[in-house]
Design a protein around this ligand. Sequence first.
Ligand code: GRG
Length: 314
Amino acid sequence: MSAAKHQRVELPADSREKSDAAIVERLQKCADRTSALLKELLPPVAGPEGRVVEAMRHGCLNGGKRLRPFLAVATGELFGVPQSETLRTAAAIEMVHSYSLVHDDLPAMDDADLRRGEPTVHVVYDDATAILAGDGLLTEAFTVLASPETHPDSDVRVALIAGLAQASGAQGMVGGQMIDMSPDREEFDLDGITRLQALKTGALIKFSCQAGAILGRANREQYSRIDAYADDLGLAFQVVDDLLDVEGTTEALGKPAQQDAQAQKATFVGQLGVAGARQKAAHLAESAIAQLDVFGGEADPLRQVVHFVIERRS
Ligand code: GRG
């Protein structure tokens, strides 16, 4: 029996409930600390440029699960790095994630007016300010990583900067977004959708885990296990996102539901159907957890967050 089945099936119900409650609490605590740090890193600014900072704050302080910061922190903890030493990196990753959402919501892309239950940045401000706010968040992330406050060793800082740049750019998230806008997207097969999603959403999720491994100076074997875990988790996250788009409500999601079909997006649900997509998410979850079998109990938060990702409702 795989590690995932062992965890999921054989835990007594009350112990499973405790582990679910524990991960929700851990996520919430990490989200609160990330939000507090983001507030500190992005103080309001006087003068006419203050408007873009306000828009940046709207884009990244308006809720969100803060899953990527949690992954960076939990992976760091796996290697004995205290949360206080991962949090600036986690906040930088969340800035990049928030920038991608601000730009993705623009009329030129998904044209969405709701995000995290709030009006989107271009609705509250205007399109030009939303573009600048996204640019501001993206560039500020690298300012944060470049600071010795993030890590005293410049080699570690350069590895973080290079990793985040790679995950965010044309070889990562930006490339995935471009593929997602391709006029041929309706013809993508499962491999095509998998590649698109590995870049669009998977790359930043993967880097979040890698960041913890970089800060924790993981060895080669540990690093490759974390990579494989993150690949499976990132894909499971996206399969569930596709399911939520079909099955969720705008109210629960905090963003417009049924957007994928309207935009004729290539999705896992479109390829596999709802039941097939659910099964795929379960297989990926099992595989992600199995990658962690070289670690002991210190990897439990990373195991538990896999269940959170596939069972989430928003
Ligand atoms: C515009 C460069 C650029 C990239 C956009 C990631 C992305 C690429 C667009 C987001 C569109 C989208 C809804 C993708 C589905 C997966 C995803 C990233 C969902 C939002 O992430 P969550 O669920 O959001 O972690 P919260 O609000 O919890 O942070």
